[in-house]
Write a protein that binds this ligand. Structure first.
Ligand code: PXP
Length: 239
């Protein structure tokens, strides 16, 4: 099972000061050194975190799977066809959302999804669709010509106890259905250090795509060292 690390959150921190650090490209390098099998970035229409320069640089050096998350718009498809990521994941996109809120309604957007899949396939780019764990969405994904799906684990991640168990069964059922239809099955959203194990145990899952919890943990586990290094500089420089 592969781990794709989403580095949007590094870019979000950079954009808080509209500066140059932390650089998501450096973030990707460290993630790869840590064992990431893939790097995911979401190029949004409004470029609110990851920008075109990040995509250029990541495309140039990322030696593992570069997964470009994007809306199925003509602009994004054009960019993907130029940059040739190793995988495109089509997601729904709303301007005001804090993160991708729900899965793609493939049936409702069948025309634009099919068109995007066809154009990306012409360039040799495999396509994944980020969908809710619903049989109808998996069937529609198959019909669209996509190669894989990423099952939205947000509801599973947000629930507790019996409700979480029910959501886990839904995710497992969705993975089984996807595999049965000949689609590769990934999962992601809201996965963290306490809820990932049960998803990682599911049969048939190709990969997990995780962002927020990894970057959140990096901030905390790296803080002590960062302060110590600053203190050393101050003590060395001061009288
Ligand atoms: N997969 C998709 C399609 C996403 O949009 C996101 C969020 O950017 C993730 C996975 C990762 O979610 P999280 O940041 O909650 O781990």
């Amino acid at each position: 099972m592969i781990l794709g690390v989403n580095i949007d959150h590094v870019a979000t921190l950079r954009q808080a000061r509209l500066g140059i650090e932390p650089d998501p490209v450096m973030g990707a390098t460290l993630a790869i050194l840590g064992g990431a099998d893939g790097i995911t970035l979401h190029l949004r229409e409004d470029r609110r975190h990851v920008n075109d320069r990040d995509l250029d640089m990541l495309r140039a050096f990322v030696p593992v799977e570069l997964n470009m998350e994007m809306a199925a718009t003509d602009e994004m498809v054009r960019i993907a066809c130029r940059k040739l990521p190793d995988l495109v994941t089509l997601v729904p996109e709303k301007r005001q959302e804090l993160t991708t809120e729900g899965g793609l309604d493939v049936r409702k957007n069948m025309k634009s999804v099919k068109k995007a899949v066809r154009t990306l396939h012409d360039k040799g780019i495999p396509v994944s669709l980020f969908i809710n764990p619903e049989a109808a969405d998996i069937e529609a994904s198959k019909e669209s010509g996509a190669d894989m799906v990423e099952i939205h684990t947000g509801c599973y991640a947000n629930e507790k106890g019996r409700k979480r168990e029910k959501e886990l069964v839904r995710v497992a059922g969705a993975v089984d259905k996807a595999v049965e239809l000949g689609l590769l099955a990934n999962a992601g959203h809201g996965l963290n250090y306490t809820n990932v194990a049960e998803i990682a145990m599911l049969n048939g899952v190709r990969g997990l795509y995780i962002g927020h919890s990894i970057i959140a943990r990096a901030v905390l586990v790296g803080l002590e060292r960062a302060v110590r290094e600053m203190k050393e500089l101050i003590l060395r420089g001061g009288s």
